[in-house]
Design a protein around this ligand. Sequence first.
Ligand code: SF4
Length: 300
Amino acid sequence: MSILAAPETELLSPGHASCPGCAVALAVRFVLKALGPQTVVVIPPSCIAVMAGPLPLASMRVPVFQTAFETTAAAASGLARAFRARGEEVIVACLAGDGGTHDIGLQALSGAAERNEDFIYFCFDNEGYQNTGNQKSSATPWGARTTSTPRGKSTRKKDIVQIMAAHRIPYAATACPAYPDDLVAKVERAKGLRGTRFIELLCPCVPGWGIGDDASLRVVRLAVESKLFPLYEVEDGLRYRITREPAGLPVREYLSAQSRYRHLTEEGVSQIQEAVDLEWARLLDAGTHAGGVGAPLRLS
Ligand code: SF4
């Protein structure tokens, strides 16, 4: 299904509390549209929780369970099992940020993935703790300035998709709001499977990344087209598929569009380009060789 074919009904109401130009808000809107009204969402502290809002100002037209940072996947596991015990066909979806996924919620998520709990987990990755003022998370890339790394982060970004794929869950993928047809197709694909499904969405943050409020989609497109954030999917941790062939733009174009990288030297930019080229080669290699490693284990 393309975004144009998606239902016209909006499940994220206008007037919520996100910043103007927020890519997370657009991505949440597309995700909810693709999931449909038979969905219950679980949200930990994040910009998404702020968007969802308190009653009576709630912006989402689906039931929302706001949970603690650590417990998103645990809460979703319980809800999914309860709906199943009652014979109700309800999609349980987690809508979390990178702080709640790569860092604080990772233990519960890993446990749930190992048990292959039946939910779809969406990580809206804005590469930092943006709703508390842009502190670094383990999703913040090397070199990026945040309020807690004022000279640039000195360690690399955690590769959460590879971590989730290593659990051999049925489906793991990357997506972003600048390619909505790709995003919606991946939500549809995830909906057609059972077990733990995981989608990582790169979503630029206007104040945190130092971009204009009209720049989010242009910036995330540059991330995809420079191979810094490839769009791909992995089934059962084995079968890789790149869903968009990137143009291969220099990563400099992506970096120079954001003030959080403005302090980088030529050497720093070259180091990032080298790392991007290496990771792209690694992804191609995984796509070529991983498919024949072994069949997924299924008891029934
Ligand atoms: S702080 Fe960033 S991620 Fe949060 S609502 Fe504003 S633009 Fe969106």
